[in-house]
Design a binder for this molecule. Sequence first.
Ligand SMILES: Cc1ncc(COP(=O)(O)O)c(C=O)c1O
Length: 442
Amino acid sequence: MNQFSPVSRPNNLDAFWMPFTDNRYYKSHPRLLARAEGMNYYTADGMEVLDGTAGLWCCNAGHGRREITEAIQKQAAVMDFAPTFQLGHPLAFEAAARVADMTPDGMDRVFFTNSGSESADTALKIALAYQKARGQAQRVRLVGRERGYHGVGFGGMSVGGIGGNRKQFGAMLPYVDHLPHTHNLAKNAFTRGLPQHGAELADALEGLVTLHGDTIAAVIVEPMAGSTGVLVPPVGYLQRLRDLCDKHGILLIFDEVITGFGRVGTDFGAERFGVTPDIITMAKGLTNAAVPMGGVAVKNDIYEAVVNGSADGIELFHGYTYSGHPLASAAAIATLDLHRSEDLPGRAKAMEGYFEDAAHSLKGTDKVIDVRNIGLVAGIELAPRAGKPGARAMEVFRTCFDNGVLTRVTGDIIAISPPLIAEKQHIDRIFGTIAEAVKAVD
Ligand SMILES: Cc1ncc(COP(=O)(O)O)c(C=O)c1O
């Protein structure tokens, strides 16, 4: 083992098995981020890289925010850890109350997790527990959507609908079904905001009810699907899903791990899209990603049914050692303070038109087959290279990075989601660099 050294450039990349990474390529072409501030990362070589993706859709307030750092430091010095199983500490309660202030009315109970994946699995388990508590124990089926992403736990992966994320792992959870995705290039290409076509795709839920009867506990969707390449919900689609869930006694879960905390110009996507689910999952922007934390907000009657419907003692046999961790709670409170004092959703909304125009300026660029956007999110879809899906966009990603702009790629789609503090000059640079890169690659 080496003696500790503060040098930020490791000289051995072997030990870390990197997540969702082409390890062989990366380790022969490493890109090391060493520092971050405001809108920028800095590589180990000192190169400035404009963050076009808020890290992984998570640093909404920008990097290195002093208020968050200080809150974490202060809490670490006061109390590093406290269990929340049959105990508690003030910051966890305060953080939950702050979240409850932001979630839709009547959704005031918050369960803390450490990630989006844990939030998805927690929400699915709460849905099952709720159905059982209200005398509907036959409702054991969970419905997701094709192309959905709900993290990598067995629950989230099973209801998720990204083939590549499932194919190595066998049978998944039983009793799961999927709605069709809403992506339709033929009808909706180059839509600004919500696409016009596709509300009727929600009606597939009627078909699943016909098939499965009253055994469906919950439907989980991302109000805007991010990881699969930015699929904005068609006009009327989410409302139709809401109506059908109500009609058939099914809970509606919005996975707001990306759309939460200002990304689409409101606190949560539920508000922007005008549809209130029964459960909201969150993570990422909750702490500005400074400390891992996720959460699940549920309608009060769900909490009451589970808690009051059980015998004395523990009501929900679920939780994580780090649920409501003191450092994460401190980071969440400081982040939500910034969220309010700087009106991050309002900033995103005010910048949306400029961002949209900049994104759509890529229309007409050779190889670009779609641009779509909502809030401060844009998806730019490229025509795949014959026989090599994803290769073209990956080259664009690498070219942009070498030219000082961080983008994100999924298949042949480039996803852009800068910190919500982005200014016009940042947006110009992000889309200008992408335009050059798209032209430069084959
Ligand atoms: C909608 C959604 N759900 C869940 C997750 C998983 O979050 P995590 O990587 O924190 O487990 C993500 C991550 O991108 C996500 O976008």
